[in-house]
Design a protein around this ligand. Structure first.
Ligand SMILES: *[C@@H]1O[C@H](CO)[C@@H](O)[C@H](O)[C@H]1NC(C)=O
Ligand SMILES: *[C@@H]1O[C@H](CO)[C@@H](O)[C@H](O)[C@H]1NC(C)=O
Length: 444
């Protein structure tokens, strides 16, 4: 009885701790000094509350192991160790790349002491940190420090899939650390940028510094993210302090007013940032992908050139622990044989399911036969990528599938008919006519 009771009480708590992340709940947290973990308690508690199980490790700990027997030992990595030059175990930039290639998500926080490992890892995904020792400085959007290195920024990404409107219109986020540049391609997104009055400069005292300012204004990214082709997400923040309790509970000046202070936006920001990085939102999936000829139900294994086909795909987006219908006006289908021969935008149909939106296209296949790939290649910033491919052969008409009599060919039919008739008439005339002037054969 007692056992049953304890089992019954266990069940709800097991349900409670089930992870909301779609890619597992094992998180490895790497800190420069494991004793500093209490400085980030708000952040770590929010992860634990969301069902993650955290393992803390010192950065120089020799037991540090991300990948064992070619398998990830963790689903996510929080790398809060900007000062460590050389990691324990065999953690290098290459290991981190390998970890993301195996589908692991990584959240990296740096500081002005940006470690070479972090710099190299960032360079692998198109994020270019400024030199060691530099800080982002802003003499207009700062938070009462002498060097103006604690800056407040509210230049958020407009992507709702990453940050909700509440965060984007909320209080500015406090930041103290190094800036970076992001290459402007599809896979990398700047999530928080510096204001137009910011610049990045060496801040060490009594050091002769190179006078060139490399990064200025709103080109400076403070927090950016890279989503790899396997949908693993890697987020870089130039500031570790951004995640600290001190910054999360600090007041921040309201923009445009001298004396009004509000609580900083850091807590809401890092919560949504980690939700996005750890696949708790902004995840798309395709379900029920099918195609067939108009008027049929099943794909017959091949199509013929110029066939009319119906292509259907349903898209779902994951957030708030559930799959929701994903609505967009720009879902396209392509029929590709080296080049796209057909590219059409699919029409959204009325929702039939509470968790997905159905898109349908009526597509005329091209006039060229060959082996085609029918694909929906949907890649948008802030959302995981959907790539649905299907290889279909498209064959030409068979000889007996062409129309028998063509209207345009009637002159030819008529000419061969008249030729035939002319030949018969000529032969008859030639056979049964006697030349009047020819000498008569003598008959005995
Ligand atoms: C920001 O400024 C306020 C007001 O001066 C101060 O109370 C707070 O500690 C500062 N925060 C940080 C992180 O420096
Ligand atoms: C989408 O709907 C419009 C209007 O009904 C139609 O003209 C168009 O051909 C449809 N597109 C596809 C790909 O079916």
């Amino acid at each position: 009885m007692r056992l049953l009771y304890s089992l019954l009480t266990l069940v709800p708590c097991c349900l409670l701790v089930s992870a909301k992340s779609l890619s597992g709940n094992k998180v490895l947290v790497v800190l420069d000094d494991i004793a500093t973990k209490d400085q980030y308690s708000i952040f770590f508690n929010s992860l634990t509350d969301r069902g993650f199980s955290l393992t803390f490790n010192g950065a120089t700990d020799s037991s540090l192991s991300l990948i064992q027997y070619d398998e990830r030992s963790f689903d996510h990595l929080v790398l809060f160790s900007p000062d460590t030059k050389k990691y324990g175990g065999s953690l290098t930039a290459a290991t981190l790349v390998d970890f993301t290639n195996k589908g692991g998500n990584v959240l990296v926080a740096s500081s002005s002491n940006v470690s070479p490992v972090i710099q190299q890892f960032a360079a692998q995904v198109g994020i270019d940190f400024d030199d060691q020792g530099t800080s982002v400085i802003d003499h207009f959007q700062y938070n009462d420090t002498s060097a103006h290195t604690v800056i407040a920024s509210n230049h958020f990404t407009p992507l709702t899939a990453i940050l909700s409107p509440n965060v984007r219109q909320g209080a500015p986020v406090l930041f103290n650390g190094v800036g970076h540049l992001t290459s402007p391609h599809l896979y990398t997104t700047a999530i928080l940028k510096a204001g137009p009055t910011a610049y990045s400069y060496e801040t060490k005292e009594n050091v002769i510094v190179d006078d060139d300012i490399t990064l200025i204004g709103s080109e400076i990214a403070l927090v950016s993210s890279h989503q790899a082709l396997n949908n693993a997400r890697v987020t870089f923040s130039g500031s570790l302090d951004l995640f600290s309790d001190r910054f999360a509970t600090s007041p921040v000046k309201v923009h445009g007013s001298e004396q009004k202070y509000v609580k900083s936006g850091n807590e809401a920001f890092f919560n949504e940032l980690s939700q996005w990085t750890f696949q708790e939102k902004g995840v798309l999936k395709a379900v029920n992908v099918k195609h067939h000829k108009v008027g049929e139900e099943e794909f017959p294994g091949w199509y013929r050139i110029n066939d009319q086909i119906v292509y259907e795909i349903e898209l779902s987006e994951y957030f708030n622990d559930q799959w929701h219908p994903y609505v967009a006006p720009d879902v396209q289908l392509e029929a590709i044989m080296l080049d796209p021969y057909v590219r059409v935008t699919l029409n959204q149909t009325q929702n039939q399911s509470p968790s997905s939106t159905k898109y349908v296209g009526l597509v005329g296949l091209p006039d060229v036969y060959g082996v085609y790939t029918l694909q929906v290649n949907y890649k948008r910033h802030g959302l995981s990528y959907v790539v649905e491919k299907d290889v279909v052969p498209i064959r030409p008409y068979r000889h007996n599938e062409y129309p028998r009599f063509l209207t345009v060919a009637y002159p030819y039919y008529a000419s061969s008919g008249s030729m035939l008739v002319g030949f018969i008439v000529f032969s008859a005339v030639w056979l049964y006519n006697r030349d009047a002037g020819a000498p008569k054969k003598k008959t005995n």
